[in-house]
Each structure stands twice: as C-alpha cells, then as structure tokens.
Write a protein that binds this ligand. Structure first.
Ligand code: GDP
Ligand code: MG
Length: 225
C-alpha cells in the first residue's frame, strides 16, 4: 500500500491540491483514502468524499510525524484492514517533516499484513507568499524542500514571474536533486503530472543513517561555514 504525502507550510494550498489529486487518482481507477492532520484549517468536504467513494480520516491533537505518530500508524493500519486503499494521500500539518512522516507510516506495518511503499514526497511551495516564507519560516520550509522528491511551486495563477523565479532559485539552492514542477491547485495545473508520479514512482523507505546524514549536513556543516 502506497503512502503519498503532500507536504508544505500552512496555507501552501495542500488541501486544495489534494482534493484535485484525489479526484484524478480515483478517475484513473485507484482506491483512495485521505488522511488529514487537522490543525483547524479547512476540512475536506464530506459530500465530495461521498461522491467520489473515498474514505477520509482526520487526525488532530498534534503532529502525525512526531507527537501522535502512533495514532497515525494505527489509522493507516485500520484503513488497510477495513478499506484496502491502493494509495493513502496524507496532508500533514504545516510543520511536519517528511522523513518523520515516512517513519510514522512504517510503524503501521506492526498492525497490518502489508508493507508500506512511499510515493515521491511532494512539497508545495506558495509562490505568492515566497518572500514572507523566506523571512519567517525559512528553516522549516528548507527542511520540507530538502526532503522532497518533487517540489511543486504552487499558485502560479496568482503569482508573478519574479516571485516564481525567486521560488525556483530557492528550491534549486536547497535541493538540487528535486524535480521542480509548477502548478495551481485552484486551476488543476500540475495535478495530472503529480498523479502520474505518485502512481508510477517510489521514494526510499525511512533510513535512520540517511536522516542523520541530512541533519549533519544541515547543522554541522552550516555552522562550520
Ligand atoms: N490563487 C490560488 N490560491 C490557492 C491555490 N490553492 C490554494 N489557494 C488558496 O490558498 C489558501 C490556502 O489553501 P489550502 O488548500 O487550505 O492550504 P493548506 O493550508 O496548505 O491546506 C486558500 O485561501 C485557498 O483558496 C491556488 O492554486 N491558487
Ligand atoms: Mg489544509
């Protein structure tokens, strides 16, 4: 069973994009479940869920990549044991760390007879608010970008060429190996491409040594510089 996380800071457009993505994947014949780590933002509309035959769960009370990783793992296992989705699309909270979420998802293997595969980690970057993000939550956004396989520079419908370029340069600098895409959840741009990546590609499993290496690069080498 595949886990597809759509990461990004609060307001990046995760919920909006996730709904379009879920529709696209359902239309392609996938059985889809959604898990939203709710921190008080827009809820996924119940009518939409019903009409698309989706299963949705909201988890609150903390971040599913750390504080409540155990209840996230149980939710994933329960979804598998009762609904057997092909793909669970996860909207983590805006402060979640992708590697932490991978690890938490893998805990579910203790409670179900299936293995977790990870779809490429997708991080959304809000190109409308890029300057603000670079000032106020730069470290967090850098971590979400560094651990992404695909970065979607989002809200291009409402942004400017300068802001899009600034977003792109920032992403390149933080994570040169990430695939960069441009999109708009509101206009459905980028949805098909991300859906194909989620269906066809696999991202590595959680690896403690690799996470340590990433952290070492992030903190030790930066402090040296
Ligand atoms: N212009 C524009 N606005 C968007 C887009 N996606 C989301 N938004 C708006 O951005 C705000 C936050 O979106 P939401 O999906 O709730 O973001 P989340 O906090 O990351 O889940 C809402 O007001 C959305 O209407 C987009 O592609 N273009
Ligand atoms: Mg949301």
């Amino acid at each position: 069973m595949k886990i597809a996380q759509i990461a990004g800071f609060l307001g990046a457009g995760k919920t909006t994009f996730l709904i379009e993505l879920a529709k696209e994947l359902v239309n392609r014949g996938n059985r889809i479940a959604i898990v939203v780590n709710d921190v008080g933002d827009i809820n996924v509309d119940a009518k939409f869920i019903e009409s698309y035959g989706l299963k949705a769960k909201e988890i609150s009370g903390g971040c599913i990549c750390c504080q409540i990783a155990g209840s996230f793992a149980s939710t994933v296992a329960t979804l598998y044991n009762t609904f057997k989705p092909d793909i669970i699309i996860v909207e983590p909270s805006g402060v979640a760390i992708p590697w932490g979420l991978k690890r938490a998802a893998e805990y579910s293997e203790e409670e179900m007879p299936a293995k977790i595969e990870h779809a490429p980690v997708v991080t959304l970057v809000d190109s409308v608010r890029i300057e603000e993000l670079l000032h106020s939550v730069r470290r967090l956004v850098e971590t979400q970008i560094r651990e992404a396989d695909v970065v979607l520079i989002n809200k291009v419908d409402a942004s400017t060429p300068e802001k899009i370029k600034l977003s792109e340069e920032f992403v390149r600098q933080v994570n040169p190996r990430a695939r960069i895409m441009y999109g708009s959840g509101k206009q459905g741009q980028g949805v098909k491409e991300i859906a194909t990546a989620i269906e066809k590609e696999i991202s590595p499993r959680y690896d403690e040594a690799m996470e340590e290496e990433i952290l070492r690069k992030e903190y030790v080498e930066r402090d040296k510089a």
